[in-house]
Design a protein around this ligand. Sequence first.
Ligand SMILES: Cc1cc2nc3c(=O)[nH]c(=O)nc-3n(C[C@H](O)[C@H](O)[C@H](O)COP(=O)(O)OP(=O)(O)OC[C@H]3O[C@@H](n4cnc5c(N)ncnc54)[C@H](O)[C@@H]3O)c2cc1C
Length: 504
Amino acid sequence: MGPAPVVIAGAGPVGLATALLLARWRVPTVLLEAAPHRSAVGSKAICFQRDVLDILGRVGVAGAMVAEGVTWTTGRTYFREHELYSVTFPKAEVPPWINISQARVEELLGARVAAEPLVDLRYGCPVIGYREDDDGVDVLTRDGPVRGSHLVGADGPRSAVRRLAGIDFPGRSFEDLFLICDIKASLPFPSERRFYFDPPWNPGRQVLVHQCPDSVWRIDWQVPPGFDLATADLDGMVGRITGSLPYEIVWVTVYRFHSRVAASLGRGRVFLAGDAAHLFAPFGARGLNSGLQDAENLAWKLALVRRGAPDRLLDSYDAERRAAALVNLAVTAKTMEFLVPQTAAQWEWRRTVLERAVTDPGARLLIDSGKLAEPYWYVDSPLTTATGPVPEEPGAARPPVPGVICPDAPVRGGRLRERFGAGFVVLVGRPERVAEAAALGAGLGDVPVEVLALPDLGIEGAPLGEGAGPDSVHLVRPDGHLAAVLPSFSAEALGAALHRAIGR
Ligand SMILES: Cc1cc2nc3c(=O)[nH]c(=O)nc-3n(C[C@H](O)[C@H](O)[C@H](O)COP(=O)(O)OP(=O)(O)OC[C@H]3O[C@@H](n4cnc5c(N)ncnc54)[C@H](O)[C@@H]3O)c2cc1C
């Protein structure tokens, strides 16, 4: 009998990605899904960020996503009948984000899972309990127990795993309603995001229009309390955007938003990821993007602990990803104060900012229609060897310092970030240091450590920061975050940083 698998509850995008990421580490998984079959419909999450595309690249679906997805480079913001401003982003080889429906991404991930012998996906198999002991977990299903080394709850907002583990889910659910409508239409709009505040046809509320592939347009429409989809004049509403052009409604739903983060993302051998661990308002696209970052963070740590790294490495999952979730919660809560004010003072602020913005460019900077996330800076993580000053806060320009995701750079045959994911990577400035660094990496036992010399990659130091010179050493974690940046090569310092990065 082989080693016990990791058991994952939930084959949504986060569960599927976790299973595929673990398979890259040769870790078998049993993926238990409550639904009888995959039935992803509707766009749901539609915006996938560049850094998250790297994760999706590691599981083999980013290429198809980028090929099919829509990249908009201009965002326009309107207030009543005025266009307030537009922002245009430069076209890039690796786009800053792409629009593609979550349903399509789940389909792509599902196809990879179907072709992956290390993933045993069982539909119609809800997790209904678990028992943990010193060596593993018995995960209970109606078909009997499944034995695993660990259990990952990727079972969504109403997570059974979270409830069974007795983990609280504090936060708030809001009463405000949004109508999400995917329509198929040939609209004469260029590929732009359009944000309408208080349009004459939806006063006091907003409407957001995004393009998705295949001539599908996603409309997020804030609707009044008591809105009833069954009796609503949908054609009248959609016609405000399409005019007299024909369209077909592909998917429509009404939802409320929630702001919640689990009290802990791990308890014993059980971990929470994705919507089971956190729920954010969707403006800013932080829900699924951060869920996929959870999946990656957890997968390499589970894999290395199964190879002998200390359990402390898994403790860092909660430390790192809960901290990230709390920042996402704070940022999205601030956005929603602007979009959906809850107090008279917040209403007044919104009205003042929008009215001033018609003539005052300074006020336009105060409009908050959602902010895309920066991958969390793990500067305070127990795995990070901090050196030098700690940067101020996530959201500022990304410095190449320990804890922050490593900058990308063109290298011979591709991009630097494409070299990450299969283990630790040590980047040294001088080829003659490779053997010594590799010997230190070998001291970690069954933990893969690859040493790459910057000149061999075709990198001359600057992309890794002004301070990076021929003697500096960058230690990169499997998720692409810098674990340490050493100003000069020191066997002792690099050995210590490697041990720290695996929780020793
Ligand atoms: C209407 C709507 C619109 C959204 N729009 C956006 C958006 O614009 N931007 C954005 O970023 N996010 C958006 N989201 C959120 C996004 O869809 C989620 O963040 C994403 O689905 C989270 O993925 P997940 O895998 O963690 O959870 P889920 O997708 O919820 O998957 C969980 C899976 O677990 C299964 N399951 C449940 N219980 C059990 C059990 N006991 N045992 C086994 N399996 C179980 C479920 O059947 C499901 O397949 C939207 C969500 C909704 C509902």
